[in-house]
Design a protein around this ligand. Structure first.
Ligand code: NAD
Ligand code: IPM
Ligand code: MN
Length: 354
C-alpha cells in the first residue's frame, strides 16, 4: 500500500483550527481507499518567530524537500508585521520550490447563496491560474534616505518570458480540459512593458490552442465583471498580484472565503507542491472555534488529486457537495449558520463514511 508523506505547517491563527479538520478528513478518507497518509507537523510560524526570531529554520526548505506535498494552514499574526512573516515562511516556499502555478477554483455550490442575485448552484464555476513565483511579488527594490523628507521606496515587478509563458500555457491547457474559454487579466494600458510582454505571450501561445477562445480584460474591468457576470468565466490567467486580488473576489461571489481552496503547484515535480486555502489567519475570529474548515478540506482534495488519488479527492468533494446541499446541514457563521468548526467537520465525516 502506498504511503503519501505530507509535511503539515498549520502556521498561525485559524490555520491551526482548519488544518486539524482537514487532516481528520484526510485520515478518514484513507480508510475507504487503498493508500495511507503520514503526517509530519512543523511548528513553524509567528509564535516561533516571537520565541526564536525565525519563522522557520534556515534549512526549512531542505527539511520539506523530500515530502510528497506540503499542507499549509495560514500565516499572519497581529503582533508581527506581515512583510516579515510572509517573506519568512510562505513566499520562500512558493518561490524556492518553483510552485509556479497557483490554481484556485471557485464553484457556487448547490445550497449556497451567492451575495449576488440570481445565481444558483453550479452556475458559477471558474478557475484562476495565478502566476506564483515572480511579477509584482519579486523581492526587488529598496528604501533609501529613511525617515527623511526625501525618503524613497522602489518596488520593481519582474516579468520574464519563461515565467509568463509557462503559466499562460498551463492555463490554456486547463481551458482545453474545461469549457475552452480563457480570460487573460492584465493592466497593459499602464503597465506598458511587463503587461504588454504578457499580452504578446498570450497571443503567441494562443496559436497552439486554436480551440480556445481568448478574452483580454484589464484588471479593473475583470473585477467588475466577476461581480456582474461571474457565470461567463471559465479559466482566468493573471499575474501574481492580480491573481491574488481576483481570487478573493471570486471567493466572495461564490459565498465565502471559507469555501475557497488553493494549490501552489510545481507541475514538473522537481520540488514538492504546497496546498493551502485562499484565506489567511483571520485574527478577527481566531479562537472562537467558528472558522469554516471547508476551504481547507477542499484544499486537501486538491492535494489528493495531485498525489494521484483522484477517487479519494472525488469522495471528499462529493461529501462537501452533499453536506452543503442538505437543507438542514450545519453551517459556520460565514455561511449564515451558527455551527462550529468541529460540528461541520464531524458532520462531514458522516457524509464520507459508508
Ligand atoms: P483573511 O483571509 O485572514 O480574512 C478575511 C476575512 O474573511 C475575515 O473577516 C475572516 O474572519 C474571514 N475568513 C477568512 N477565512 C475564513 C474561514 N475559514 N471561515 C470563516 N471566515 C473566514 O484575510 P486578512 O484579514 O486580509 O488577513 C489576515 C492575516 O492573514 C494577515 O496577516 C494576512 O497577511 C494573512 N494572510 C495569509 C494568507 C496565507 O497564509 N495564505 C492568506 C491571506 C492573508
Ligand atoms: C494568498 C495571500 C498571500 C498572497 C499573502 C499572505 C502573501 O493573500 O495566498 O492569497 O498574497 O499570495
Ligand atoms: Mn490573497
Amino acid at each position: 500500500m502506498v504511503t503519501h508523506e505530507i509535511a503539515v505547517v498549520p502556521g498561525d491563527g485559524i490555520g491551526n483550527e482548519v488544518t486539524e479538520s482537514a487532516m481528520t478528513v484526510l485520515k478518514a478518507i484513507t480508510e475507504s481507499n487503498n493508500f495511507d497518509i503520514e503526517l509530519d507537523t512543523f511548528d513553524w510560524g509567528s509564535q516561533r518567530y516571537l520565541n526564536e526570531g525565525e519563522m522557520m529554520p534556515e534549512d526549512g526548505l531542505d527539511q520539506l524537500e523530500d515530502f510528497d506535498s506540503v499542507f499549509l494552514g495560514a500565516v499572519g499574526h497581529p503582533d508581527v508585521p506581515d512583510h516579515i512573516t510572509l517573506s519568512g515562511l510562505l513566499l520562500p516556499i512558493r518561490k524556492g520550490f518553483d510552485q509556479y502555478i497557483c490554481k484556485r477554483p471557485n464553484v457556487l455550490f448547490d445550497g449556497i447563496e451567492s451575495p449576488l442575485r440570481g445565481y444558483t448552484g453550479n452556475e458559477i464555476d471558474l478557475v484562476v491560474y495565478r502566476e506564483n513565483t515572480e511579477g509584482e511579488y519579486a523581492d526587488v527594490g529598496g528604501r533609501e534616505h529613511r525617515n527623511q523628507d526625501h525618503e524613497v521606496a522602489i518596488q520593481s515587478a519582474t516579468f520574464t518570458r519563461r515565467g509568463t509563458e509557462r503559466i499562460v500555457r498551463r492555463a490554456f491547457e486547463a481551458a482545453v480540459d474545461r469549457d475552452g474559454h480563457l480570460t487573460s487579466v492584465t493592466k497593459s494600458n499602464v503597465q506598458t512593458y511587463s503587461m504588454v510582454l504578457w499580452d504578446d505571450i498570450v497571443e503567441e501561445v494562443s496559436e497552439e490552442f486554436p480551440e480556445v477562445t481568448v478574452e483580454r480584460l484589464l484588471v479593473d474591468r475583470a473585477a467588475m465583471d466577476l461581480v456582474q457576470r461571474p457565470d461567463k468565466f471559465d479559466v482566468l490567467v493573471a499575474s501574481n498580484l492580480f491573481g491574488d486580488i481576483v481570487t478573493d473576489v471570486a471567493a466572495a461571489v461564490t459565498g465565502s472565503l471559507g469555501l475557497a481552496p488553493s494549490g501552489n503547484i510545481n507541475p514538473e515535480g522537481t520540488h514538492p507542491s504546497m496546498f493551502e486555502p485562499v484565506h489567511g489567519s483571520a485574527p478577527d475570529i481566531v479562537g472562537e472555534g467558528t472558522a469554516n474548515p471547508l476551504a481547507s478540506i477542499l484544499t486537501g482534495a486538491m492535494m489528493l488529486d495531485h498525489l494521484g488519488e483522484p477517487d479519494a479527492a472525488t469522495e471528499v468533494r462529493r461529501a462537501v457537495d452533499e453536506q452543503l446541499a442538505a437543507s438542514d446541514g450545519p453551517r459556520t457563521p460565514d455561511l449564515g449558520g451558527t455551527a462550529t468548526t468541529d460540528i461541520v467537520t464531524e458532520d462531514l465525516l458522516d457524509w464520507i463514511r459508508p
